[in-house]
Design a protein around this ligand. Structure first.
Ligand SMILES: NC(=O)C1=CN([C@@H]2O[C@H](COP(=O)(O)OP(=O)(O)OC[C@H]3O[C@@H](n4cnc5c(N)ncnc54)[C@H](O)[C@@H]3O)[C@@H](O)[C@H]2O)C=CC1
Ligand SMILES: CC(C)CC(=O)C(=O)O
Ligand SMILES: [Mg+2]
Length: 362
């Protein structure tokens, strides 16, 4: 009998539904190829939650996610909801609570440059010749995005806005283990990012990471201040293997790493809890500037779905097949607008045509 996996599908806003449609068509192709059934339940989230059910994270959505084996998430947010009170907006009202409710503390963002895409990277060819493969591991449920107190107090020009950067030892320990275990299976190097010359949370972060590293003598640890890391990523990305970051530094550096691979539309991510539950989402946002035009790059969403197959369902072969299909279509010259270089052999395609090509390659 075919194995059955339950997937909560949360397309969200902007380009979310457009790229999600392609990921689901690729999931159909996986179903046809492997002896497996993906039971999918769609739910509103973000602006779609506000518009359809009056809340960025409707209770029905949480119930559907709790009944699922994994969440496939598009992206949320956009100008339409930016004037709502901050805690009711799609990002703070839905995405961050989802990460907290499901304990998704480990965010894996693999920035890999496909050989045929080196021309789309913002870096010079000689800097990225031979490719690079960096895994950003971002702590996702702590730090300045979550810690209290935060808010805006006072009146008029006397108002102050404040957030709190806070990390506990167990929070640092568990994400550090994720980074070292990942490094063990690849280049055996962890570079931990902090701002220990200024921030107390970073002083503790560095101390705890250094302690955990002793349990992994086969993995080399280095530390780097976040400002230098931002510079080193564009200077010589090949020096990095696994980059370990707290929440906000990882948010920022992963967008930077994405662009080195050609486009934010290329960077998938897995947000993992203890065990096999995870939420799988592109690293980028809802891209209001291109939403509704059918031109968004669906690759980040499709590769995120592939990460779901690997990390939540143990379908490593199917995940590899998706990665290979993406590499094949890029070799064949298919390009959405964000990675189109107007070079000979390139074929400019829209979102759906990119989905078609990946399904054909699969
Ligand atoms: N996980 C999520 O749901 C996230 C949501 N956001 C939200 O998204 C909205 C827009 O934020 P921005 O800062 O503009 O970031 P963004 O990531 O949505 O877009 C930044 C740039 O990258 C491009 N881009 C992103 N994904 C693409 C794709 N798949 N194909 C082609 N181009 C792509 C966009 O067109 C834009 O020029 C905001 O409301 C923001 O809060 C931002 C980041 C993550
Ligand atoms: C709401 C933000 C924290 C989302 C974001 O930028 C991200 O997860 O990369
Ligand atoms: Mg981000």
């Amino acid at each position: 009998m075919a194995q059955v996996f339950k997937v909560a599908v949360l397309p969200g806003d902007g380009i979310g539904p457009e790229v999600m449609a392609e990921a689901l068509r690729v999931l159909d192709a996986v179903e046809a190829k492997y002896d497996v059934t993906f039971e999918r339940t769609h739910a509103n989230v973000g602006g779609a939650g506000i518009d359809n059910e009056g809340k960025a994270l409707p209770d029905t959505t949480v119930t559907i996610c709790k009944a699922a084996d994994a969440i496939l998430f598009g992206s949320v947010g956009g100008p339409k909801w930016e004037s709502l009170p901050p805690d009711e907006q799609p990002e703070r009202g839905a995405l961050l609570p989802l990460r907290k409710i499901f304990g998704l503390y480990a965010n894996l963002r693999p920035a890999i440059i496909f050989p045929s895409l080196t021309g789309a990277s913002s870096l010079k060819e000689e800097v990225i010749a031979g490719g690079f493969n960096v895994l950003v591991i971002r702590e996702l449920t702590g730090g300045i995005y979550f810690a209290q107190p935060k808010g805006i107090e006072g009146e008029g020009r006397d108002r102050v806005g404040f957030d709190t950067m806070r990390y506990s030892v167990p929070e640092i320990e568990r994400i550090t283990h994720v980074a070292f275990q990942a490094a063990r299976k690849r280049g055996k190097k962890v570079c931990s990012i902090d701002k220990a010359n200024v921030l107390s949370s970073s002083v503790l972060w560095r101390e705890v990471v250094t302690g955990i590293a002793k349990e992994y003598p086969d993995v080399e640890l280095s530390h780097m201040y976040v400002d230098n890391a931002a510079m080193q990523l564009v200077r010589w990305p090949k020096q990095f293997d696994v980059i370990l970051c707290e929440n906000m530094f990882g948010d920022i550096l992963s967008d930077e790493a994405a662009m080195l691979t050609g486009s934010l539309g290329m960077l998938p991510s897995a947000s993992l809890a203890e065990g096999t539950f995870g939420m799988y989402e592109p690293s980028g946002g809802s891209a209001p500037d291109i939403a509704g035009q059918g031109i968004a790059n669906p690759i980040a969403q499709i590769l995120s779905m592939g990460m779901m197959l690997k990390f939540s369902f143990g379908m490593v072969d199917a995940a590899d097949a998706i990665d290979n299909a993406v590499a094949t279509v890029l070799d064949q010259g298919f390009r959405t607008r964000d990675i189109y270089q107007q070079k000979e052999g390139e074929k400019l395609v829209n979102t759906k045509e990119m989905g078609d090509a990946i399904i054909a390659a699969l």
